[in-house]
Design a protein around this ligand. Structure first.
Ligand SMILES: Nc1ncnc2c1ncn2[C@@H]1O[C@H](COP(=O)(O)OP(=O)(O)OP(=O)(O)O)[C@@H](O)[C@H]1O
Ligand SMILES: [Mg+2]
Length: 285
């Protein structure tokens, strides 16, 4: 599956805009994958540290991302365990400001996290790594994007938010121009409409987003699954749990937000598709 090294398949949640649902989707997609039996590691590259606080921890490592960046390796000393089996996290720890200052003076600083993830051999540790990135340009955003095999960009279905696709494409282009022969030129970016409401003019926004496909020479695509605005998302985050674990569904069935999240996982990571509950994917089609 992995195209550039033998380590875990790496997904980064990105957008040049804040508040679009990067952390929310990162946490919920990662938790679904863990519950599907994948060994999953989340890395918190956002200085707000939102995803570090998202899940309850059963064991907290003495340090986190600062140590990863300083040593350019990932080992047990930096990995915290969440209370969800198979779901671990490298937190955005208190030493990050110092570690970033040290790192920024180093050669190829933007590659430090990629190097560390490469030290994780897939057979030994994780199947999937999810990186939550900040919604603003800078070294942390670079650190999160460079190791990715897949970029996932949540987009709010509002005119203003859709117009942010331009800056997002510019961001991708910046990596291509900065290192034209690097594998970054081929990493796909999949946009997901998040927080859709019945009032949203979904068709117009969808066609606007799809038109970006040609502009981006095929690197940018829009997934079919739409994530609706639902109170279960903030509720799950308040309970520090995943949506699919708390959402009540009718008659023992999976709930609507969980159904959409499962469908999203199936679209983003088709190799996990067979493990999904067939009923949940059928109801989306
Ligand atoms: N589908 C949804 N339905 C309802 N609320 C949502 C949904 N997705 C996200 N939210 C809420 O929107 C807010 C912003 O989401 P989130 O923190 O995930 O965005 P972000 O892109 O990570 O923001 P930042 O750039 O600040 O890190 C949160 O309060 C979250 O609970
Ligand atoms: Mg966030």
């Amino acid at each position: 599956m992995n195209t550039h090294h033998d380590s875990a398949f790496t997904v980064a949640l990105v957008n040049t805009k804040g508040g679009v649902g990067k952390t929310t989707l990162c946490a919920n997609i990662a938790a679904i994958c863990a519950d599907l039996g994948q060994r999953v590691l989340i890395i918190d590259a956002d200085p707000l540290g939102s995803i570090s606080k998202y899940f309850k921890l059963s064991r907290e490592a003495p340090t986190g991302l600062s140590s990863v960046l300083r040593r350019r390796t990932i080992d047990a000393a930096v990995i915290s365990n969440t209370t969800i089996a198979n779901l671990d996290i490298i937190t955005h720890d208190g030493e990050m400001p110092g570690a970033l200052i040290e790192l920024s003076a180093q050669f190829q600083c933007a590659f430090a996290l990629e190097q560390a993830i490469s030290s994780l051999k897939r057979n030994d540790f994780y199947d999937l790594v999810f990186i939550d990135t900040p919604g603003a340009p800078g070294l942390l955003q670079d650190l999160g994007i460079v190791p990715a095999d897949l970029l996932v960009a949540p987009i709010l279905p509002e005119t203003l938010s859709v117009s942010e696709v331009g800056p997002l494409l510019n961001l991708l282009r910046r990596y291509e121009l900065g290192a034209p022969n690097s594998r970054m030129s081929a990493v796909p970016c999949k946009a997901v409409i998040n927080r859709a409401t019945p009032t949203t003019s979904a068709r117009q926004i969808t066609s606007e987003l799809r038109s970006q496909f040609l502009v981006s020479r095929g690197r940018f695509t829009l997934v079919n699954t739409i994530i609706n605005q639902a109170v279960v998302f903030p509720n799950a985050s308040r309970l520090r749990d995943a949506v699919h674990r708390i959402e009540p569904g009718p008659n023992d069935q999976i709930g609507p937000a969980s159904t959409a999240l499962h469908a999203l996982v199936a679209e983003l990571l088709p190799h996990l598709y067979d493990r999904l509950n067939p009923e949940s994917t059928e109801s989306q089609s």
